[in-house]
Design a protein. Structure first.
Lengths: 115, 116
């Protein structure tokens, strides 16, 4: 079975500083990895994904994530945080060897960017 | 509309009542997913449709939950004999073709269900 862990419930960062939101995963085959963001009173929005290829994936709003197979991690990063980045971030995974199985989400990490 | 539409946005009901939640996916999207999000938790998979058929209903918690998609577009999630533990935000997502197989989902804003 596939699973995702987001070890931090909350991440606080000052505006302009780099941010990292951590994610580790477990799958039996090769992972398809995703980050979604949820703003208050809004639906989840896709940020970026890793399927294959370059381990560094670039996505929306200046976010990027690095796939690390040996550490089974897919941490979300941004070089310079904005107050508007404050939201709830979810990491998700599915196993490429399991047919069209649904995404499994982590519990989420609340990012607070302080001006 | 351009996005996934869910109605009602809020539903308050009493324990034991029957509830229907509706999802209108993005036009042309063949795959439709229902998730449930409880407070402080990530979305939890309930059921997935490919066209009219339920391709995977392994996430439905018990037989009080049922979902249909009779014409391969709009879907309805039905909850019988509601319990207080059913209170959550019910999320619908749709996807199409390769994007669907690679997991890029488009989510609605959810239906918040409160069971008193």
């Amino acid at each position: 079975a596939q699973s995702v862990a987001q070890p931090e419930d909350q991440v606080n960062v000052a505006e302009g500083n780099p941010l990292t939101v951590k994610c580790t995963y477990s799958v039996s085959g090769n992972p398809y990895l995703f980050w979604y963001v949820q703003y208050p009173n809004r639906g989840l929005q896709f940020l970026l994904k890793y399927i294959t290829g370059d381990n560094l994936v670039k996505g929306s709003y200046g976010f990027e994530a690095e796939f690390n197979k040996s550490q089974t991690s897919f941490h979300l990063k941004k070089p310079s945080a904005l107050v508007s980045d404050s939201a709830l971030y979810f990491c998700a995974v599915r196993d490429d060897g399991s047919g069209n199985t649904p995404l499994v989400f982590g519990k989420g990490t609340r990012l607070s960017v302080i001006a | 509309g351009a996005g996934v539409s869910q109605t009602p946005s809020n539903k308050v009901t009493e324990k034991g009542k029957y509830v229907e939640l509706r999802c209108d996916p993005i036009s042309g999207h063949t795959a439709l997913y229902w998730y449930r999000q409880s407070l402080g938790q990530g979305p939890e998979f309930l059921i997935y449709f490919q066209g009219t058929g339920a391709a995977d209903d392994s996430g439905l918690p018990n037989d009080r939950f049922f979902a249909v998609r009779p014409e391969g577009s709009v879907s309805t999630l039905k909850i019988q004999r509601t319990e207080r533990g059913d209170s959550a935000v019910y999320l619908c997502a749709s996807s199409s073709g390769l994007a669907g197989a690679l997991g890029e989902l488009f989510f609605g804003e959810g239906s918040r269900l409160t069971v008193l």
